[in-house]
Design a protein around this ligand. Structure first.
Ligand SMILES: [Zn+2]
Length: 341
């Protein structure tokens, strides 16, 4: 009995053992196989997930959405609130890299032709001046358009509050020497030319409380070679013009409008030279801007890539000069006392 029983047992147990061994082996194989499969899947999943996770907001996106501010929020920019739906406006803004002192305006510089047909740049010299400059600012604001101003240093010290309004309105502010000296005259020396240029910029900076743009216009468009070399070394862009309004000679506002429009219709585009110092110009401007709009002209605003670093010695000497008459800092009660009433 033993043998048959043993055989029976063997018959039953052996397959069970074989089955158990097979199961154990295959399942462990399965586990071994499954593990790398799972890792591979995980790797795939990670690889698939990585690109999705990687595009963290670009720097610009961060600033726009303000999701992760990296620096304190910038002061709110004045909103572009143009009340005039038919305004002349600004068609484009260009930024000028003034390195090396590039020249603009075909009357003297023929290299940089950046304006396309029907594009104009509005420029105003010799301000700031009471009455006229504010009137020019109003005309520009009514048309929601922008210009470049070249103030005289002395005028900036007389009327800093007006020049501040020019900058506050978003216009570009360069300079036009300290005292409107002809930098190309026979008497002009390199030192005087440098003083005129630098003192002019320091005066504009003092008036604005901020650095001006490194944009310069020669008084009377008298381009002295030494002064040009100096401006180049200071990385200041030089502005001649394409189109002179001769507004300082005009007998009335209509004459200015006609001169500008006649020249413009002939030339098709250009940097227009005017003077916010001139009364007739201030009077002509509302009509002139309407005519530009009607003629299909578009205004381009020119801005500098970076402000001008004025020279400390000129800033300091100007402040000293300005304070000369009131050198004493004693309170008035210590200086003037009532002795009899
Ligand atoms: Zn001038």
């Amino acid at each position: 009995m033993r043998n048959p029983l043993g055989l029976m047992l063997a018959c039953v147990v052996t397959p069970v053992v074989i089955a158990a061994v097979w199961f154990w082996t295959t399942s462990s194989q399965r586990i071994e196989l499954a593990a790398p499969k799972t890792v591979a899947q995980l790797a795939d999943r990670l690889a698939a997930a990585a690109p999705a996770a990687r595009p963290l907001p670009a720097r610009e996106d961060v600033e726009v959405t303000a999701a992760i501010p990296e620096k304190p929020a910038a002061p709110p920019q004045p909103k572009n609130t143009c009340a005039n739906p038919d305004a002349l406006g600004v068609s484009r803004v260009v930024v000028v890299d003034t390195a090396g002192g590039p020249g603009f305006g075909f009357q003297h510089f023929k290299q940089l032709d950046f304006l396309t047909d029907k594009e104009v740049v509005l420029t105003f010299d010799d301000g700031p001046w009471p009455g006229n400059t504010p009137a020019v600012l109003k005309a520009l604001a009514d048309e929601c358009t922008k210009a470049v101003f070249f103030p005289i240093g002395k005028h900036a010290t007389y009327h800093p509050e007006i020049l501040k309004q020019v900058a506050a309105a978003g216009h570009t502010v360069g300079a036009h020497t300290w005292s409107h000296a002809n930098l190309n005259s026979k008497k002009m020396t390199e030192q005087i030319a440098k003083d005129e240029i630098e003192k002019g910029y320091s005066a504009v900076k003092l008036a604005l409380g901020a650095a001006p743009s490194p944009f310069f216009r020669f008084p009377e468009l008298q381009h002295g070679p030494a002064a040009m070399a100096y401006l180049g070394s200071r990385n200041i862009a030089m502005f001649s013009c394409d189109l002179d309004s001769f507004d300082f000679r005009a007998k009335n506002p209509e004459q200015i409008v006609n001169t500008v429009m006649t020249k413009l219709d002939k030339q098709g585009k250009g940097i227009i030279l005017m003077h916010d110092f001139q009364k007739h110009t201030a009077e002509a401007l509302p009509t002139l801007l309407r005519r530009l709009k009607a003629g299909g002209y578009k205004v381009v605003q020119m801005k500098a890539k970076a402000p001008l670093q004025t020279l400390a010695e000129y800033d300091e000497s100007l402040v000293k000069d300005m304070k000369m008459p009131v050198a004493s800092t004693r309170p008035v009660g210590n200086v003037v006392q009532t002795v009899s009433e």
